[in-house]
Design a protein around this ligand. Structure first.
Ligand code: HEM
Length: 134
């Protein structure tokens, strides 16, 4: 597995653990009211599981298995994929803690910008690798 895929998958597993923990806390809070502030974990729960876990796992595995080039470096220019890793995690982190700490609207805009940037950067990296082989 390439180094970047290992980073993607490890980070995804961390978000899986955090997202499930937040979900479990909110679920427990429904049965046994612990603290009303626990509901502020909901946006972090959603973001960590949908983007931090699911999307990040998909990107990590995609970087690993998409067709490689015959020439060096086999995965082409990796800069876009590394940038995507950084921006995606910045976005997820801003959403998660921004919601918990009730951050201002500017943070919400920044996080979406980071996530859109991650998608564009990964697509720019992956596009030349989407080729049929006969
Ligand atoms: C990959 C797994 C999961 C994903 C993608 C996910 C996603 C979501 C989403 C999108 C919502 C918002 C639903 C809405 O507002 O209608 C939600 C709510 C919630 N989730 Fe999860 N979830 C996952 C796993 C879990 C787990 C494992 C638990 C508990 C152990 C959990 C507990 C909750 C609770 C308590 C709510 C709030 C429900 C309510 O509004 O009453 N989730 N989840």
């Amino acid at each position: 597995m390439p180094r970047l895929s290992a980073w993607f998958v490890r980070a995804a597993l961390v978000y899986l653990a955090l997202g499930f923990t937040f979900g479990a806390l909110m679920l427990a809070n429904k049965g046994v009211p612990l603290h009303p502030a626990l509901w502020r974990l909901l946006p972090a729960h959603i973001e960590f599981l949908l983007v931090g876990w699911t999307m990040q796992l998909a990107l990590g595995v995609a970087f690993w298995i998409l067709p490689r080039f015959w020439a060096e470096p086999p995965r082409g220019n990796e800069a876009g994929a590394w940038l995507a890793f950084g921006l995606l995690n910045l976005g997820v982190w801003l959403v998660g803690w921004g919601a918990v700490l009730a951050a201002p609207a500017g943070v919400i805009f920044l996080r979406r910008l980071a996530e859109i940037g991650a998608a564009v950067a990964f697509a720019a990296h992956a596009w030349p690798r989407i080729i049929p082989r006969n």
